[in-house]
Ligand binder design. Structure first.
Ligand SMILES: Cc1cc2nc3c(=O)[nH]c(=O)nc-3n(C[C@H](O)[C@H](O)[C@H](O)COP(=O)(O)O)c2cc1C
Ligand SMILES: O=C(O)C(=O)c1ccccc1
Length: 376
């Protein structure tokens, strides 16, 4: 009998299915899971399914260009890799695989504070733009050192995550007593902050306990001014979901916002990022760039986000699926599938470039929560 034919992986969901069997179960749950009932996690993908496109015809789409700029850096795709902790959970090359894939795909990469590879090594391996994600720790010298190192290594922006004053209760991690396996540790700070991540307790997550101890839950808008004064790097706020906060951020001179509910991993029951996007875009009124993440799984999802005013999207879990399947090559393939789907969708929508994508591309959404409050 001949060997079974290896099925080609042609959608991001194919990568998810393939990755599931390759990742240790408690690590899979950490990556795949969300907080609470995982309502926001599921709704974040479903929100994209409720949009319908209005294609235009008889437009020259013999060449379609997916290129743009993000805070002045040129990218071939309006897609960045979302900051995610500990890529070593899915591939031994860890974050180095991801940096290589981002460079080959012409995509932005956002490096997590909790990368398992030092941020300087990643900068040396990169040939595309890198942004550094920052968790603000109670231990301010550690936070400040991360800023200085990101500046020195050539990172082009700081992405301050503001939806994680503490880690949400994530039932899968609590049940599994999730902790880091031996050999995987945060590489960007010392033992004063990294201790305890390998210790398991039934009913608790080592990462949750860590965030409780070290994330600064008292970090406020005033402290953001401190961060602003500390560095000339552009500041990006990740985790904004309301017009009020977006307006305040833009008023403080923040250069970009990532509309995000942390991939359904923080406040369960939160609005989806796609639903929040229009009010954030309206509130910022062009004062800063707006990106969105959470649940983007198809090229048409990218198109919907752009039509609602995002400049680009970030993609999280699918990149980990790619790396679980085939390291750097797998991550590059995931980005290339997404890019090919986007390019295909642009052609079939009669939109030869991203500048021609606007709200006219969208039919009135089906059964969505209104983005602006109802007036009864
Ligand atoms: C395994 C994992 C680790 C993450 N770690 C971080 C992190 O260290 N910092 C951060 O700001 N966001 C983190 N996130 C959230 C992502 O940046 C992003 O908001 C989310 O994954 C987007 O949703 P998606 O996975 O549906 O694309 C993490 C997400 C996952 C899945
Ligand atoms: O798991 C996460 O979503 C996350 O953001 C995080 C927070 C603290 C430590 C490691 C990851």
């Amino acid at each position: 009998m001949s060997a079974p034919v290896q099925q080609a992986l042609v959608t991001l969901d194919d990568y998810r299915t393939a990755a599931r069997d390759l990742v240790e179960p408690s690590a899979w749950d950490y990556i795949d899971g969300g907080s609470g009932d995982e309502t926001t996690l599921h709704e974040s993908e479903a929100a994209y399914r409720r949009h319908r496109l209005r294609p235009r015809v008889l437009v020259d789409v013999s060449r379609c260009d997916t290129g743009t700029t993000l805070l002045g850096s040129t990218v071939r795709l309006p897609v960045g890799i979302a900051p995610m902790a500990f890529h070593g959970l899915v591939t031994p090359e860890a974050e180095l695989a991801c940096v290589r894939a981002a460079g080959e795909a012409g995509a932005l990469m956002v490096v997590s504070t909790f990368s398992g590879t030092p941020l300087e090594d990643l900068a040396r391996a990169a040939d595309g733009p890198l942004w550094m994600q920052l968790y603000v720790f109670r231990h301010r010298p550690t936070t400040e050192a991360l800023v200085r190192r990101a500046e020195a290594a050539g990172y082009r922006a700081l992405v301050v995550t503001v939806d994680t004053p503490r880690m949400a209760r994530r039932p899968r991690d609590l049940r599994n007593g999730f902790r880091l396996p031996p050999g995987i540790s945060p590489a960007n700070f010392g033992s004063e902050v990294s201790a305890g991540l390998h210790a398991g307790t039934a009913g608790a997550s080592a990462l949750g306990a860590h965030a409780e101890r070290h994330h600064d839950a008292a970090f406020t808008w005033d402290d953001l001014a401190w961060l602003r004064s500390l560095t000339r790097l552009p500041i990006v706020l990740k985790g904004v979901l309301t017009a009020e906060d977006a307006d305040r951020a833009a008023g403080l001179g923040v250069e970009a916002i990532v509309v995000s509910n942390h991939g359904g991993r923080q406040l369960d029951g939160a609005v989806t990022a796609l639903e929040a996007l229009p009010e954030v875009v309206a509130a910022t009124a062009g004062r800063c760039e707006v990106l969105v993440d959470g649940g983007i799984r198809r090229g048409t999802d990218v198109l919907v986000a752009l039509a609602l005013g995002a400049r680009a999207v970030l993609v999280g879990r699918p990149v980990l699926w790619g790396m679980a399947v085939d390291g750097a090559d797998g991550a590059r393939e995931v980005l290339s599938v997404l890019g090919a789907e986007l390019e295909n969708a642009l052609a079939l929508c009669g939109r030869p470039d991203l500048a021609s994508v606007d709200a006219d591309l969208l039919h009135a959404p089906q059964h969505t929560t209104p983005a602006t409050p109802h007036h009864f």
